[in-house]
Ligand binder design. Sequence first.
Ligand code: NAP
Length: 435
Amino acid sequence: MSGAESLARAARRAQPAWAALPAARRKAVLRRFAAFVEREKDSLARTLTRDMGKPLSQSYNELNALPGRLGFFIDNFEAALRPHSVRDAGGTAEALTHEPLGVVANISAWNYPWFVGTNVFVPALLTGNAVLYKPSEHAQATGRAMARLLWRAGVPRSVFSPVFGAGRAGAALLESDIDAVFFTGSVATGKKVAEAAARRLIKVQLELGGKDPVYIAQDADPLKAAPAVADGAFYNAGQSCCAVERVYVHERIYERFLEAFLDAVRGFKVGDPMDRDTYLGPLARAEQVPFLESQVRDAVRKGARLLWGGRRLPRPGAFFAPTVLDRCTHEMALMREESFGPVIGLMKVRSDDEAVRLMNDTAYGLTAGVYSRSKARAQRILSQVDAGSAYWNCCDRVSPYLPWSGRKDSGLGLTLSTAGIACFLRPKAWHLRRP
Ligand code: NAP
């Protein structure tokens, strides 16, 4: 029996008792977990930075934002569990109750392990599920810390079990006795996960990659938009599912935007991620460096202008210089494949319609942003873009109050919001005819 299989069996045995606890007990346990995370924030931030190279200040940002997310789930899950009387007519009452899915596998990514992990396992646990959590090998120590703190808070060990090991452990987990899989990661692995789930006919949710566009309309303030978009593109070294990956700028303000954008990028401090003032650290995966080099080479060969960076940096670790290219086209891999690194392509456009066409010319559909003084204009543009999240004068942003969902290759299903709690429950429809 594989390690995952025996953990799944133990989870199957333990889950009913966890689900049978009064909701207030599970709530108290997860509140304690939130308090432990807060108390250990300094060491957890360092662990995260050591795990995957995120600058320490950004590890703190992730942990500082966590109480708001956890609080949202803790404050809202009980409403999702409440039974409803739907109708009562002709001697028959119709009612609805909700039951947990059972044993949930959570295969997770390393780029924001606290965010993408807790988006799944916290509402799953609150609603009475057992969780088998597979952190990425690139965020293993963080995964161990999560398990330790959950157990210390009172989640039984069999109700939350971490599963370690690279892709092989994830694949074995998919073959074990689970009821659902919630996956965060790449499109390629997501398709394998969906295939495995289809063979078993179990519920599957996929939070996948993006090639998120931003459009700077003619009426935008280019000096305000430029540093915000640069941050959206380069924060966490561009290793965010909703990082800005393509920038379209109206020709009327193009030069002013470009100058301000380059100023912002030149100002990014690259260095040791443990230094408090470092903005850009190493990439989590060394293999991403040759991938980014090939995107830059391909773009330059096809006519792009390399304005900044474009190469590996000569220092220990997988450092890639913040890189800006313009005169890009959609013939270039840089404008089509997820870069997931500190590389950005810019294009000049002549109209809002051209921007809409280009924003939609992608296999992905996670987020899209418009910078404009006019809300009506931004809404008109964004309502035509096929993406799960729409940003006006902002980008690279997630809120626990809103659903997080990708369209097309960006995923299936959703997390966050009250709908992101309900997805860990199955409805039971009651038809109650009086004798
Ligand atoms: P990945 O390589 O697909 O890995 C994701 C997870 O799957 C990891 O835990 C990985 O384990 C595991 N895995 C690998 N092969 C597997 C297999 N055959 N069966 C089951 N599990 C397997 O993705 P990543 O590099 O960690 O993450 C980057 C991607 O995630 C990007 O595309 C990013 O856009 C996306 N992402 C999306 C969201 C969103 O909300 N939409 C959020 C964050 C990230 P190991 O890492 O241990 O090998």
